[in-house]
Design a protein around this ligand. Structure first.
Ligand SMILES: Nc1ncnc2c1ncn2[C@@H]1O[C@H](COP(=O)(O)OP(=O)(O)OP(=O)(O)O)[C@@H](O)[C@H]1O
Length: 705
């Protein structure tokens, strides 16, 4: 364990340095205007409104400094929960304060500033300000602290758990428990088995939930059963979205739950479960509300005051009121925390230096970590040190946590706790869910064979569902097939080669995606039921530029950004098409698994089978589509393709013994004769290579891949 802690601390340091370096590299070398263009800075803002909100914080609404009330903010990447620095326009270096974005519209951005800051904050309505997105080092500090505590842990509630997770003792024999009465009567046998197994294990149980197998459904049942047994549960996940998902699902059962975390970061519909909201409903609430009114009134008085002395005295008064507010809230906090049966937070939000420090060390009986395979192991130790037993849920066959430092990732930072422990103990501690409720069986079968030992079964409600079965969708060729591959091999639709661009784009594939989307929409499939997914951010940008204005409800995202989601139809653009046969990070099996398994009824893959065929896993995918789906050549879609030279096509067509290749040769010949007499133009509505280049140069700076 000591060796693990030492190594993790080193790797974390490398990761932190890589992140700082990345941020510095693109922030230092560019002007503020350039930063605004890249979406990470908002210039010339004015204060439209400021009030005490979000449970005692100063909430400031900023708008563009223009006299036109219709003025909108420039396009930006600000989102709820982002940490931002507030600067005066004319003072370039130090921020006046840091805050958290609590909401953003086209015309306004709301920022919540904590009490410690807003004493000093005196924002004038005539001044102009800028907001800049900042890197967050709180997460690193908390993870580091947890690792240090793990290294120094001698005795406490988590002793046995630590021994098992670091292999100095075996997971203990099962303890007997009485037959369960399930809350959710629809659970399937594999889910029931996972619930029973998890409750019986003494130190650790793992729920392996392949895509769509009801992992969260199972975790919710486990939590409800644990509470029924009188246990206090701390439930975590690496992201706010995943935690909110659990809060939403548990709330249905009217369980006593409490969500920790800055209210600005929580889904609005769930804010009433937040600690701040529960406190606001506590017996102290009236007194607290009165103090808040006093704060607002004193604040308003202070702003009108001209005299320095009076201002200072009012500021002191505000400080005193805030102190009283805090003390009263803290007293109520202990009571609220103790009353809850399930406390939910992100991994880092469960830090014992937050509200949880008010609880006794042995308060929790069970820690549940959902989406554990996507979390840094070190971040899991923040909550794990607080209980004697843990249940981990996730799927280590999907994408691991995002790591910036390739070196740190290669040396073990991307290995999740879940994967590490499964490697050691295998079936002794794992139960896999085997019935999936998302995909048509042909879509599922590929993932099952390749990654899940052929153990997945499609539930009868989804096994043969197709797009044509959806209300309002007509029966066409496209809506009647679950698997379609549009092959660009030998069509000359190469990826862009740009020296200063790390990411990849492929304009030809953008056109093919567009045409396939048009076909689906024409058949009656709703844009909101379709996702377009590409592994590269540059391609995502290009696809958005081409499609967004026509189909605002179409979701276009990177693979990594779509993990955990599903859509009726998914169109994938694999992008890579080059003479060297390079597939880059498309060669990560887990990324392809996530991409394919987002689809419920239809998945269309657009790729160059010649290029991706150089990678075994991708080649097998193409073969699978060949055997179980429909394959079309890009020639069937684009009239204006100038085929590649015969030398390249000959060599692969001879090697790959499949019908597609034969089809292509025929197509190439046909197309060649047509093209020689009928050169066509690029459709002016469709993005072409020259349109894309402008977008590339301004979108690349903040991209990892
Ligand atoms: N036993 C069941 N009977 C019917 N439907 C179920 C069952 N279990 C899960 N589902 C459905 O399957 C879908 C996926 O469930 P859930 O969100 O729990 O899965 P998940 O594994 O957490 O998802 P993801 O793969 O996105 O992580 C939901 O629509 C859920 O209602």
């Amino acid at each position: 364990m000591e060796a693990f802690v030492k190594k993790q601390l080193e790797l974390l340091q490398q990761e932190r340095e890589a992140e700082i370096e990345e941020t510095r590299a693109w922030q230092e070398n560019v002007s503020l205007k350039e930063l605004q263009r890249k979406g990470v800075c908002l210039l010339k803002l004015q204060v439209a409104n400021q009030r005490t909100g979000l449970y005692g914080r100063l909430l400031v609404t900023f708008t563009p400094k223009k006299y036109d009330p219709e003025a909108v903010l420039p396009s930006n990447s600000f989102g709820s929960g982002d940490i931002v620095g507030l600067y005066e326009t004319n003072s370039p270096s130090e921020p006046l304060a840091t805050g958290i974005v609590s909401g953003i519209t086209q015309k306004t951005v709301n920022v919540a500033f904590d009490e410690s800051h807003n004493d000093a904050l005196n924002l004038g309505s005539e001044c102009t300000y800028r907001l800049l997105k900042l890197a967050n080092d709180i997460t690193y500090k908390r993870i580091k602290k947890a690792l240090t505590s793990l290294g120094q842990y001698h005795s406490g509630p988590a002793s046995n758990l630590i021994d098992v997770l670091f292999y100095s003792s075996e997971p203990k024999d099962l303890v007997q428990s009485r037959p369960l009465e399930f809350f959710n009567l629809a659970l399937d046998d594999s889910q029931k088995a996972a619930v029973i197994f998890s409750l019986k294990q003494r130190e650790v149980a793992i729920i392996h939930g392949p895509p769509g197998t009801g992992k969260t459904t199972t975790v919710v049942e486990i939590i409800l059963q644990a509470v029924k047994q009188g246990l206090k549960v701390l439930c975590c996940a690496p992201s706010n979205v995943a935690v909110d998902n659990l809060v939403e699902r548990l709330a249905v059962y009217k369980e006593k739950i409490l969500r920790l975390g800055h209210p600005a970061r929580l889904l609005q519909s769930l804010q009433h479960h937040s600690l701040d909201a529960v406190l606001a409903r506590s017996d102290n609430a009236h007194i607290v509300a009165d103090i808040r009114i006093d704060i607002d009134q004193t604040f308003a008085k202070m702003k009108k005051q001209q005299g320095k002395e009076e201002k200072r005295s009012l500021r002191t008064e505000i400080k005193g009121l805030r102190k009283e507010l805090k003390e009263r809230e803290e007293a109520a906090m202990v009571e609220t925390l103790k009353r809850a049966n399930v406390i939910l937070a992100t991994n880092t939000g469960s830090s014992p230096d937050g509200p949880l420090q008010l609880l006794p060390k042995d308060h929790f009986d069970l820690v549940v970590i959902d989406e554990c395979a996507q979390a840094l192991e070190a971040s899991c130790w923040i909550s794990l040190l607080q209980a004697k037993k843990c249940i981990l849920a996730g799927d280590h066959k999907q994408l691991p946590p995002t790591i910036i430092s390739h070196k740190a990732a290669a040396n073990g930072l991307s290995l999740s706790l879940m994967e590490r422990v499964i490697e050691k103990y295998g079936d002794k501690i794992v139960k896999m869910l085997t019935v999936q409720y998302r995909m048509h069986q042909s879509i599922m079968q590929w993932a099952s064979q390749e990654l899940y030992g052929g153990r997945l079964l499609a539930h009868s409600s989804v096994a043969s569902h197709l797009l044509k079965d959806l209300a309002g969708v007509s029966i066409t060729e496209e809506t009647s097939i679950p698997l379609l591959l549009i092959d660009t091999a030998h069509c000359g639709l190469f990826e862009l080669e740009l020296e200063d661009e790390q990411s990849k784009g492929n304009p030809g594939e953008v056109r093919l995606v567009d045409l396939h989307i048009q076909t689906l929409i024409k058949a009656g499939v709703k844009a909101q039921d379709i996702a377009v997914i590409a592994p590269y951010n540059l391609q995502v940008d290009m696809l958005r530029q081409c499609l967004r204005h026509r189909y605002p409800e179409l979701e276009i995202k990177s693979v990594d950004g779509f993990q955990g989601r599903e859509k009726e139809a998914v169109v994938l653009s694999f992008v890579r098409s080059n003479s060297k046969g390079e597939v880059g990070f498309l060669g990560e099996d887990r990324r392809i698994n996530v991409a394919i398994t987002r689809a419920r009824r239809h998945v269309a893959v657009i790729c160059d089978s010649h290029t991706v065929g150089n990678h075994k896993f991708l080649k097998d995918l193409v073969t699978y589509f060949n055997e179980h789906g429909e394959i079309r050549s890009a020639f069937e879609y684009l009239e204006d393709i100038v085929p590649e030279k015969y030398s390249r096509e000959n060599d692969s067509a001879g090697k790959q013994d499949n019908q597609t290749q034969k089809k292509f040769v025929a197509k190439i010949k046909k197309s060649e004769s047509e093209h020689s007499s009928n050169p066509t133009q690029l459709d002016s509505n469709i993005i072409g290579p020259s349109d894309c280049r402008g977008e590339i140069s301004c979108a690349c700076m903040h991209r990892r891949w």
